[in-house]
Design a protein around this ligand. Structure first.
Ligand code: ATP
Length: 758
């Protein structure tokens, strides 16, 4: 990679455009004091992104802009452009030329351009770091700063070496990684804080959504339960209504019939109880019968008395008769005997037909009297002294009376018999009627009993009807309530597959259990209450998404953190190993250059430990890098630091420290070290601003040899007053400044150049 060109416009003393082409490996810039040579070197620093105003000999950005002169007006901005050949694509840009430009304005603002496009300073740094050019690296040796590396402290030396060894890129990477690590950790903390903050709200929302879901599931379940319940209840009520009506029909009809029959039976009984005339008749007959009996008794008594009197009279007659002679053989006519037999037969016949013992007794007495009368008659007829009619008159009268009484008795007997017959007939009639009444009463009793049963049955059915009516009313209320609570869909239960057989075959307890379950469900639904619904769910989903996002982000950040830790550790290892191996290589070259310069002796770099301290990222001057300002990442971290010390031993001299070297010796030592560094990691170009100023002629020669050697690896821009140095250059530029105080660039010959040499 070659540095092709430098253009200065408005920069410091270059009030007008000046262009330096670098067509040789060694370009020498010569000119009188104050003509602007160092401004060229500073122009290069400037365009490469130098941020230290001090190293460009200014205080403010304005100091870098051409300030004008008595004849020339001041510039408003300073512009420096550096152009590299990139045909070999050392820069990772697909251009044959890469130009970097920087402009500074009087207000101090800076602008950077790569190939004409405005970029950030960071981009310029990165581009240059990719070809091992640092902003203030070892490739820029300012005037009077040749021994800066010797004057620097161990730490500064280390930084210079790191820069020269091309380790800055790793340091940038490490700083960038640390900055990212800090940012990552901040983001982690932030995400964790956010997660912690939303956690209670998330828990609250989760509970709310769980309740909503529970409510929704409960509603669904309740709708299902309700549909089945309502369907069954409706079927039950319909079925039960028909069932009761069906069952009621028969007993109700029977009861109606029974009522008619009962009324009829009662009528019958009423009629029968009204039939007392028969009893009256019976009483009459009884009364008459008693009268007849009384008369009969009277007549019997009369008869007895008359018969007693007859007996007495007859006894008297017999006594009287006995007093007459007794004659036994008396002829009696057959007719008279037959008449006697007929009379007796008649009496016997009457007696036989009577139940009245008195009558029978009377009949027997009359038979005896008849036989006695017959005998007495025939005795008298036999001629014996016999009794006269007068004797018999009394008996006769008595007998007639007796006959009358007998006749009366017979009449009474006859009358009694007739009345008894009548009595028996009436009594039989009454008994028959009583028998019929008892049957009617029994039937009535049975009917009443049956009616009681039927009324009991119908009462139970009425109870059932009342219950059913209550249940129907409750069903209507439940339908209404279900519709209000769960919406119209709950009423779409007609398609629920329930058969009448199931409803009929199921006990009411099962339906009651369903109703209780519904009640419990409703209470639970009320407990759950009306939640936010979709809003809460949406918020929950959003919050979960946010939480998941944060969780994932934290996981990603942890991963990033881990990879950054790893990257930083790797960079540390790389920096350490590269640095140590670099120092080793530099030492080797340093020794060679030192011996060449001093014709012997020993010079060596060695790594020394610097006391522990808190590392600040400002150790790396990234403050001006966009995005690099907030990089207090590692503040507070303690780390072991290593620095670089230099040990020299001049030939033939007992020199023990750098401070004991002469000015020239210091210059030679530092040149030896700088060149050694450059040899190990050659930069694409080097600017050496009067590095050879302190050299005597002999050493100038050696210096000339060295830069020729150095030019094999790096392009050199040497600002010098030294003839020897000038003589090694392929191109010579003379910088002049006329009365207009504007530096001008002239391509000049060695002779012209030598003329201005000391
Ligand atoms: P020497 O050989 O003595 O080191 P030099 O050639 O390196 O000198 P420089 O130091 O590069 O000279 O240039 C210094 C000159 O630049 C001074 O004359 C100074 O006035 C001029 N100069 C510095 N800054 C500005 C500015 N902002 N505007 C105009 N001129 C400036």
């Amino acid at each position: 990679m070659r540095l092709k060109r430098l253009e200065l416009f408005g920069f410091k003393s270059f009030g007008k455009r000046a262009v330096l082409e670098f067509n040789s490996q060694i370009t020498s810039i010569v000119g009188p004091n104050g003509s602007g040579k160092s401004n060229v070197a500073e122009g290069i620093r400037f365009v490469l992104g130098e941020q230290s105003m001090k190293s460009m000999r200014g205080k403010r950005g304005e100091d870098l802009i051409f300030n004008g002169s008595q004849t020339t007006g001041r510039a408003n901005r300073a512009n420096v452009t550096i152009v590299f050949d990139n045909s070999k694509r050392e820069f990772p840009l697909d251009f044959d030329e890469v130009s970097i430009a920087r402009e500074v304005y009087r207000d101090g603002t800076n602008q950077y351009f790569i190939n004409g496009s405005q970029v950030r300073l960071k981009d310029v740094f990165e581009l240059l770091a990719s070809v091992h050019i640092g902003a203030s690296g070892h490739h820029m040796i300012s005037q009077g700063e040749a021994d800066r590396i010797l004057n620097a402290n161990p730490k500064e030396r280390r930084e210079m070496l790191e820069d020269a060894l091309g380790l800055k890129i790793y340091q940038y990477k490490r700083a960038e990684s640390e900055r990212r690590l800090l940012k990552t950790e901040e983001n982690m903390k932030e995400a964790e804080t956010l997660r912690r903050e939303i956690a209670p709200h998330l828990r609250f929302l989760k509970k709310q959504v769980e309740k909503i879901n529970e409510g929704r599931e409960l509603r669904e379940r309740l709708i299902g339960l309700y549909r089945e319940y309502l369907k069954r209840e409706e079927m039950y009520c319909e079925y039960k209504t028909g069932d009761i009506a069906g069952r009621k029909h028969v007993p109700a009809g029977e009861l109606a019939d029974l009522n008619i029959k009962i009324e009829h039976a009662r009528g019958e009984l009423a009629k029968e109880s009204a039939g007392d005339e028969k009893s009256q008749r019976l009483l009459d007959v009884e009364s008459r019968l008693r009268g007849a009996r009384a008369r009969h008794d009277e007549l019997s008594r009369t008869l007895g008395r008359v018969e007693g009197m007859i007996e007495y009279e007859e006894k008297q007659l017999r006594k009287k008769q006995e007093s007459f002679a007794h004659q036994e053989d008396v002829p009696i006519r057959l007719g008279e005997v037959e008449e006697l037999e007929s009379t007796i037969a008649q009496e016997l016949s009457n007696a036989q037909g009577s139940d009245d013992i008195n009558y029978i007794k009377g009949a027997l007495n009359r038979i005896r009297d008849t036989v006695r009368g017959f005998i007495a008659h025939h005795k008298a007829e036999a001629g014996q002294k016999t009794l006269t009619d007068a004797d018999y008159l009394e008996v006769h009268v008595l007998r007639e009376e007796k006959a009358k009484v007998d006749e009366a008795l017979r009449g009474v007997a006859e009358e009694s018999r007739a009345m008894e017959g009548e009595y028996q007939a009436v009594k039989s009639e009454i008994d028959q009627e009583k028998e019929h009444s008892r049957d009617t009463e029994r039937a009535l009793f049975e009917m009443m009993s049956r009616r009681g049963e039927l009324q009991g049955t119908l009462d139970r059915m009425r109870n059932e009807e009342e219950n059913l009516a209550r249940e129907s009313r409750r069903l209507a209320e439940e339908l209404n309530e279900a519709g209000v609570l769960l919406g119209r869909s709950v009423l779409e239960y007609s398609d629920i597959p329930v058969t009448l057989e199931e409803v009929r075959g199921e006990s009411r307890d099962a339906q009651e259990a369903r109703r209780r379950e519904l009640e419990r469900g409703k209470i639970r639904l009320e407990d759950i209450g009306a939640q936010g619904g979709e809003d809460a769910e949406k918020e929950y989903t959003d919050t979960i998404e946010r939480d998941v996002y944060l969780e994932k982000e934290i996981a990603d950040l942890v991963q990033t953190q881990q990879s950054l830790y790893q990257l930083i550790a790797e960079l540390n290892v790389k920096l350490d190993t590269e640095f140590k191996s670099g120092v080793k290589k530099i030492n080797h070259q340093f020794g060679d250059f030192f011996r060449l310069m001093f014709g012997g002796g020993v010079a060596e770099l060695f790594i020394v430990k610097i006391e522990k301290r808190k590392r600040r990222d400002t150790d790396l001057d990234l403050s001006d890098i966009p995005g690099g300002a907030d990089s207090e990442i590692a503040e507070g971290e303690e780390e072991d630091e290593e620095g670089i010390d230099i040990a020299v031993s001049l030939p033939h001299k007992k020199i023990k420290g750098l401070q004991m070297l002469s000015g020239g010796e210091r210059a030679l030592t530092s040149i030896a070290l700088l060149f050694a560094i450059s040899q190990v990691n050659p930069p694409p170009f080097m600017v050496l601003d009067e590095t050879d100023a302190a050299l005597d002629e002999a050493n100038s020669h050696k210096y000339g040899d060295m830069i020729e050697n150095l030019a094999k690896l790096s392009q050199l821009m040497v600002i010098t007053h030294n003839r020897e140095t000038m003589s090694r250059a392929g191109v010579l530029y003379g910088i002049t400044m006329g009365t207009d105080a504007v530096s001008k660039v002239l391509s000049i010959s060695f002779e012209d150049a030598a003329a201005v040499a000391k």
